[in-house]
Design a protein around this ligand. Structure first.
Ligand SMILES: *[C@@H]1O[C@H](CO)[C@@H](O)[C@H](O)[C@H]1NC(C)=O
Ligand SMILES: *[C@@H]1O[C@H](CO)[C@@H](O)[C@H](O)[C@H]1NC(C)=O
Ligand SMILES: *[C@@H]1O[C@H](CO)[C@@H](O)[C@H](O)[C@H]1NC(C)=O
Ligand SMILES: *[C@@H]1O[C@H](CO)[C@@H](O)[C@H](O)[C@H]1NC(C)=O
Ligand SMILES: *[C@@H]1O[C@H](CO)[C@@H](O)[C@H](O)[C@H]1NC(C)=O
Ligand SMILES: *[C@@H]1O[C@H](CO)[C@@H](O)[C@H](O)[C@H]1NC(C)=O
Ligand SMILES: *[C@@H]1O[C@H](CO)[C@@H](O)[C@H](O)[C@H]1NC(C)=O
Length: 528
């Protein structure tokens, strides 16, 4: 649908291109904001010289790079705030500036903040080569000085063409799985109800889902080419053999960290971050009435909420007691999880017992290192993370069902309002009353175990992949792959313990955005 705003934008761009060919258009601050919604603006504050004219002709074929001029004197955003120019250059009339494309912020329900584009100033000597490099780096383009695609640009296209698709290795989609499970469980049954209730839990049990590739630690010399850059999950065996995490017994944790205060997540049934009807929550009508219309119109599923677990602070010993009681069923209807807790913040010494994967160290930037501990009966509902992930299993098992990012529209990627469970320690009950102003950007509204194909028909075309890891296995989950994680306890220790490394991803995308494809993270251009 083309809105009036879009139309104005299109007209501006057409005008810009026409003007480009003669003398560059002069952009007002409001023009810049409009352009930066979808494009990168390269502007000068003075006259257009030969070099700039030449460079703009090199980028003529790049639809998302717009050239022009601004009047730097008195340049203020429409809301009267000052642009963050580099002061050293302020009011100079011979500068070249990039206003980068703005990434939309959908993390808040109540106001959509008007974000300003990042400003980057050119500081090198004005030569064609320097300027082309500057634009490539900050407008995410891949041009050579002769106007052709650079070597990195060719490598990028090759990578994007060969991204891993589960669909190419599997003929089992969710629709087929559902039919199979119905035929199997309903065979001989004359009662539609019993037939329905039994197939729900068997959906994944009755079909043979393709499994993740497994390799040995000696193999991944070519990890970058065979897995990382084509976004392909893989299980690496033996990668934790030198780790000292075998020391991390219950006794060890009590001795070294018993008094440490930890932040625990609680739910009643063991599901973490599932999606449910907002009408189950107190005061949802009042809450919903408060959401501005413009925001509401952008919500694809205004009747749903992502359920965040309740939280409780306790010392680590108390938490270990609690998961023991849950494990031997002295405590029922309660699940407790030490979820993605920062090792560096809470248990810094543990970092000495583990190691980054040698084949990734120095290649990607490590953003988070987390520990995960529970009694082993938790279910993390389907979501993606904007990180390349190495999930390292220490005790127990995790059955991880993945869907690749080509299935984004089939998993109905969207931002969904959040709600936070409350737990009353005295009464030992959960309440649904706290609807949040934040929205979740990463959860699928589809419950893959009980899919509502009427509401989410495209999910029938999604292709699952099964990556199940046991103690000693490391699972590489490329960024933006959807995953649902069912944990199981280890038989001897009655717990599930894992650590994971989250890296700034090699391939990235805007999210939530069903149609945005993966692309090379501009911060890793040097790896191309
Ligand atoms: C995988 O399948 C898709 C859709 O059928 C196709 O477009 C793509 O080229 C295939 N990719 C590879 C690497 O074979
Ligand atoms: C079961 O459902 C099918 C399709 O909805 C219907 O045709 C059939 O009559 C039902 N059978 C029973 C026993 O209710
Ligand atoms: C996934 O693979 C594991 C290990 O091979 C297997 O035990 C499990 O049943 C599989 N799960 C599904 C849902 O196919
Ligand atoms: C943990 O907290 C409980 C309750 O506050 C307290 O009784 C216990 O002594 C604490 N344990 C340790 C090891 O600090
Ligand atoms: C929410 O509902 C409760 C009882 O249902 C009521 O006491 C309270 O005032 C309501 N709060 C708001 C903000 O509407
Ligand atoms: C359950 O575990 C707790 C803590 O380890 C222990 O005190 C209790 O006796 C156990 N109960 C049963 C029924 O095994
Ligand atoms: C647990 O919850 C279920 C459903 O809410 C209830 O039927 C059951 O009685 C509860 N069990 C205990 C031990 O409280």
């Amino acid at each position: 649908m083309i809105t009036v705003q879009h139309l104005v934008q299109i007209i501006i761009l057409v005008v810009v291109r026409i003007c480009n060919s003669k003398s560059a258009a002069v952009f007002s601050p409001a023009d810049i904001l409009m352009i930066a919604k979808d494009n990168c603006a390269v502007v000068t504050t003075g006259e257009i010289n030969e070099v700039i004219r030449h460079v703009s002709s090199i980028f003529n074929t790049e639809d998302n790079v717009v050239f022009g001029r601004i009047n730097v004197d008195g340049f203020l955003w429409p809301d009267k705030t000052e642009p963050k120019f580099n002061n050293k250059f302020r009011n100079k009339h011979d500068r070249i500036i990039i206003f980068q494309k703005v990434v939309k912020d959908r993390s808040c329900l109540h106001k959509i903040p008007e974000l300003k584009p990042n400003i980057i100033e050119f500081e090198a000597t004005v030569t064609i080569e320097n300027l082309v490099n500057f634009i490539n780096e900050h407008c995410f383009t891949y041009k050579s000085t002769d106007g052709s695609l650079s070597f990195e640009g060719l490598h990028r296209l090759e990578i994007l063409r060969t991204l891993h698709h589960v669909e190419n290795i599997s003929n089992l989609n969710m629709g087929k799985m559902y039919e199979d499970s119905q035929t199997l469980t309903c065979a001989g049954s004359h009662d539609n109800n019993s037939c329905h209730s039994s197939n729900e839990h068997n959906l994944f049990r009755l079909s043979k889902i393709p499994e993740c590739e497994r390799i040995k630690m000696e193999d991944p010399m070519n990890f970058f080419h065979e897995y990382l850059k084509i976004s392909k999950p893989v299980i690496i065996e033996g990668a934790m053999e030198k780790w000292k995490s075998y020391k991390w017994t219950e006794k060890f944790f009590r001795k070294h960290y018993g008094k440490k205060e930890v932040h625990i997540k609680l739910t009643s049934g063991g599901d973490y971050e599932g999606v449910e009807s907002v009408s189950l929550w107190e005061n949802y009508t009042a809450f919903s009435d408060n959401i501005p219309l413009e925001v509401k119109l952008q919500l694809k599923f205004p009747d749903l909420v992502v359920v965040r677990p309740a939280t409780l602070n306790m010392n680590f010993s108390q938490f270990l007691d609690l998961i023991n009681l849950i494990s031997n069923q002295t405590v029922n209807n309660l699940s407790a999880y030490l979820e993605y807790s920062s090792i560096r913040e809470y248990f810094p010494e543990l970092e000495n017992d583990i190691e980054e994967m040698s084949f990734i160290q120095g290649l990607l930037n490590l953003n988070h290192l987390n520990i995960w501990l529970s009694d082993g009966n938790t279910l993390g509902k389907t979501h993606f993370d904007p990180y390349d992930n190495f999930l390292c299993q220490i005790s127990g098992k995790k059955e991880v069902i993945l869907f690749d990012p080509h299935d984004n529209s089939r998993l109905y990627e969207a931002h969904i309002p959040e709600a936070i469970l409350s737990y009353n320690k005295e009464e030992k009950i959960f309440k649904r009353k706290e609807l949040a102003e934040s929205t979740s950007l990463v959860m699928s509204p589809v419950d893959i175990l009980k899919p509502d194909f009427k509401r989410f028909p495209k999910f029938a075309d999604a292709y699952p992949l099964n990556c199940t890891i046991d103690a000693g296995d490391v699972l590489f989950i490329p960024a933006f792959w959807w995953h649902e994680v069912q944990s199981y306890p280890s038989k001897s220790e009655h717990r599930n313990l894992a650590v994971n490394f989250w890296y700034e991803p090699f391939l990235t995308k805007e999210f939530p955005c069903q149609d945005c494809p993966l692309d090379i993270n501009p911060n890793y251009r040097h790896l191309l």
